[in-house]
Design a protein around this ligand. Structure first.
Ligand SMILES: *[C@@H]1O[C@H](CO)[C@@H](O)[C@H](O)[C@H]1NC(C)=O
Ligand SMILES: *[C@@H]1O[C@H](CO)[C@@H](O)[C@H](O)[C@H]1NC(C)=O
Ligand SMILES: *[C@@H]1O[C@H](CO)[C@@H](O)[C@H](O)[C@H]1NC(C)=O
Ligand SMILES: *[C@@H]1O[C@H](CO)[C@@H](O)[C@H](O)[C@H]1NC(C)=O
Ligand SMILES: *[C@@H]1O[C@H](CO)[C@@H](O)[C@H](O)[C@H]1NC(C)=O
Ligand SMILES: *[C@@H]1O[C@H](CO)[C@@H](O)[C@H](O)[C@H]1NC(C)=O
Ligand SMILES: *[C@@H]1O[C@H](CO)[C@@H](O)[C@H](O)[C@H]1NC(C)=O
Ligand SMILES: *[C@@H]1O[C@H](CO)[C@@H](O)[C@H](O)[C@H]1NC(C)=O
Ligand SMILES: *[C@@H]1O[C@H](CO)[C@@H](O)[C@H](O)[C@H]1NC(C)=O
Ligand SMILES: *[C@@H]1O[C@H](CO)[C@@H](O)[C@H](O)[C@H]1NC(C)=O
Length: 558
């Protein structure tokens, strides 16, 4: 399979050391499964551990589960050196670069990094390619002092290749799986980021979304996430264990307004990005005006058992929202739901946008190892390259795109995109917010994502519950024949969530609401991943020796 051989070699070495480790009973170090940014900053300032300690432990924890769950595609060969440099700045020079100084962050493999890491969207077509510079998100994180720990597994091309791929599979990364059930479907294209954050293989993780890629996998690992600032269907979002960590990460990642590489950031209404963590207050729901647009999950549909459990849990939690001070307006319905249900074109922007944006991306690479330039080249290349598993995994999205006579300039295309923007705003979210005078909407996560992607409305999701012990297992895992993939999307113990949806650029408010809700519920710790997938390496576990066993593989100093 397509995991780098040397990474596998290191995994074996590290696992042996980790399991033979001795625990040091006198160091009350925080557990990496639940570690927060506040814990990290406190640990640094009291000299209980360093950034290098964190990076070493995270690499060892990744090694423990990598073969079974494949959350990570590449570890940054420079991560430990970067961490040591940042430790030295902090400890010797009393200097920090920014609010995330020394905090490890794992990026989805479609986020550009101008370092030793490859940026491939999971495809061998981009293996060895060299990007001209960091993505803005990456540059912002480095400026904030974060350590880029590596690249997370994902659905290849963020699931924009063919109907019958499986969620979380890429040729380079293999099949990402969730940890709450055997062969758990990672539920969306940012699965590796979600699994890594969920198991504590990194402090923070970043995903990207076009229609559920951040929210769905994150909630299936019991995480909090935000889909933030942008007006396109593509947006980047934090995947973290707590709302406050998402807030820290979002403040560090977002903006700037008017980024020359991204015209959509011109719409950012702030001159400087808010300090989202300052909205994390216990009384955050006091006086909040929140509505439930129930007509997004109407009564006449035949509910599955998973729908029933999620809706029952949602209804059961509403009195808590009220007791926390929220004024909840039920049936604050989406005004033009019929138009949304019948006219929304979710894949149109991808269909036409990718064949336009892909060549633009390829043309600015500093090195293109495969000579693939156009979408037609990528189609041919992918169909010929064995590890890409064609035709078992199809390429029909690209074939359809190439067959379409529409371009990003076509009047029909522009009209349809404008109509989608209406369907995601005045027809639904903005319409309900305005009609009922609301600050935000609340929904079961399963029904929360889709209208939001059209017009850039932010969504944050927080764990609400877990499928119960008698839940019938449902296989799915993307497109294609589910029995081929054998991935379980509904099963006992898998988490599900509750989402707050805010107005455009209303991230601060929904973070405030979600924080208060999370603090009152703390559902994340009510059920744990399967014990066999819980990494045992902790900050007190000596792992440094293991890294030196494979210096070439991880590029670490001898
Ligand atoms: C380190 O810097 C902080 C503020 O930047 C200052 O308050 C503190 O006194 C400094 N500590 C030392 C030991 O210089
Ligand atoms: C990136 O890809 C090149 C192959 O072109 C490989 O040699 C290198 O090890 C990869 N980097 C990492 C961090 O895996
Ligand atoms: C951004 O907008 C400017 C001015 O309208 C335009 O010249 C430029 O081509 C746009 N860039 C992109 C990537 O759309
Ligand atoms: C719901 O199920 C019933 C019985 O199987 C079927 O007759 C009906 O058409 C279904 N309704 C929808 C909306 O799928
Ligand atoms: C699980 O949920 C289903 C659907 O609500 C319900 O019928 C069943 O009794 C529940 N099982 C347990 C063990 O709670
Ligand atoms: C709750 O909101 C509704 C609708 O805006 C309003 O009529 C009602 O007075 C509010 N209730 C409280 C207790 O604020
Ligand atoms: C398709 O790819 C193969 C191998 O990658 C190459 O030999 C062939 O020329 C390509 N065909 C076209 C039409 O680009
Ligand atoms: C594009 O193709 C559609 C059919 O798929 C056709 O109806 C339409 O006239 C074509 N438009 C142009 C500009 O060729
Ligand atoms: C939404 O409605 C407002 C007026 O209420 C209008 O200014 C705006 O253009 C509409 N937006 C869309 C996308 O239709
Ligand atoms: C995907 O589709 C291709 C042809 O369209 C088919 O050969 C292949 O078996 C399908 N794979 C799955 C997993 O359904």
């Amino acid at each position: 399979m397509a995991v780098l051989p040397f990474l596998v070699a290191c995994i074996a070495a590290v696992t042996v050391t980790a399991t033979s480790s001795t625990q040091l009973p006198f160091q009350p170090l925080p557990d990496l499964f639940s570690l927060t940014v506040d814990d990290i900053l406190a640990g640094f300032s009291t000299n209980h551990f360093t950034s290098a300690d964190l990076v070493s432990a995270y690499i060892a924890r990744t090694a423990e589960v990598q073969l079974a769950l494949r959350p990570v595609i590449e570890i940054n060969p420079d991560a430990l050196l970067i961490a040591q440099t940042l430790d030295n700045e902090r400890l010797l020079q009393n200097r920090t670069r920014g609010p995330l100084h020394g905090v490890p962050v794992l990026l989805k493999d479609n986020i550009g990094t101008a370092d030793q890491l490859n940026t491939t969207a999971g495809s061998y077509a981009l293996y060895g390619s060299i990007v001209p510079h960091d993505a803005t998100v990456t540059a912002n994180l480095r400026a904030a002092g974060a350590v880029i720990l590596g690249k997370a597994g994902l659905s290849e091309w963020a699931f924009w290749r063919g109907t019958n791929n499986s969620n979380g599979w890429s040729a380079r990364g293999g099949q990402v799986k969730g940890a709450y059930y055997e062969d758990q479907d990672p539920s969306g294209s940012s699965g590796g980021s979600a699994v890594a954050a969920g198991l504590g293989l990194t402090a923070l993780a970043v995903g990207t979304d076009t229609g559920g890629s951040v929210i769905d996998p994150a909630i299936s690992m019991g995480l909090s996430v935000v889909v933030p600032i942008t007006v396109v269907q593509d947006s980047v979002g934090p995947i973290t264990r707590t709302v406050k960590d998402a807030a820290y990460l979002l403040s560090a990642m977002a903006g700037p307004k008017g980024d020359p590489g991204d015209n959509y950031t011109n719409a950012i209404p702030f001159t400087s990005i808010p300090n989202y963590a300052s909205y994390c207050i216990a009384s955050g729901l006091q006086g909040a005006k929140i509505g439930i647009p129930r007509n997004i999950f109407p009564a006449p549909i035949n509910y599955t058992e998973s729908d029933i459990q999620q809706i029952d849990a949602f209804n059961a939690i509403l009195p808590l929202l009220a007791s926390l001070g929220a004024n909840v307006t039920d049936n604050a319905d989406y005004p033009d739901i019929d138009a949304y249900n019948t006219e929304a074109q979710f894949t149109l922007a991808l269909d036409i946008g990718f064949k336009h944006d892909f060549p633009a991306y390829m043309s600015q690479l500093k090195f293109n190892p495969t000579g693939v330039e156009e979408l037609a080249d990528l189609l041919n290349w992918t169909q010929q390259f064995r590890a890409e598993q064609f035709p078992l995994r199809s390429t029909d999205f690209w074939e359809d795109s190439l067959a379409s006579n529409l371009t990003t300039e076509s009047p029909e295309y522009l009209a349809a995109i404008a109509h989608n923007a209406y369907l995601g705003s005045n027809a639904t979210i903005q319409g309900a917010l305005d009609a009922y005078g609301l600050d935000a909407l609340v929904l079961p996560t399963a029904y929360s994502v889709r209208p939001a992607v059209f017009a850039g409305y932010p969504v944050i999701t927080v764990p609400l519950g877990y499928f119960n012990a008698t839940t019938a297992v449902v296989q799915a895992g993307g497109g294609g024949d589910p029995t081929v993939w054998g991935l379980n999307t509904v099963a006992p113990g898998i988490p599900f969530g509750l989402s707050f949806i805010g107005p455009r650029f209303g991230e601060a408010q929904i973070i405030q609401f979600a924080y208060a809700f999370e603090r009152a519920t703390m559902v994340r710790y009510q059920n744990l991943p399967l014990a066999k997938y819980m990494p045992v390496t902790q900050l007190h576990t000596p792992v440094a020796q293991a890294e030196f066993e494979c210096p070439d593989a991880l590029g670490l100093p001898k």
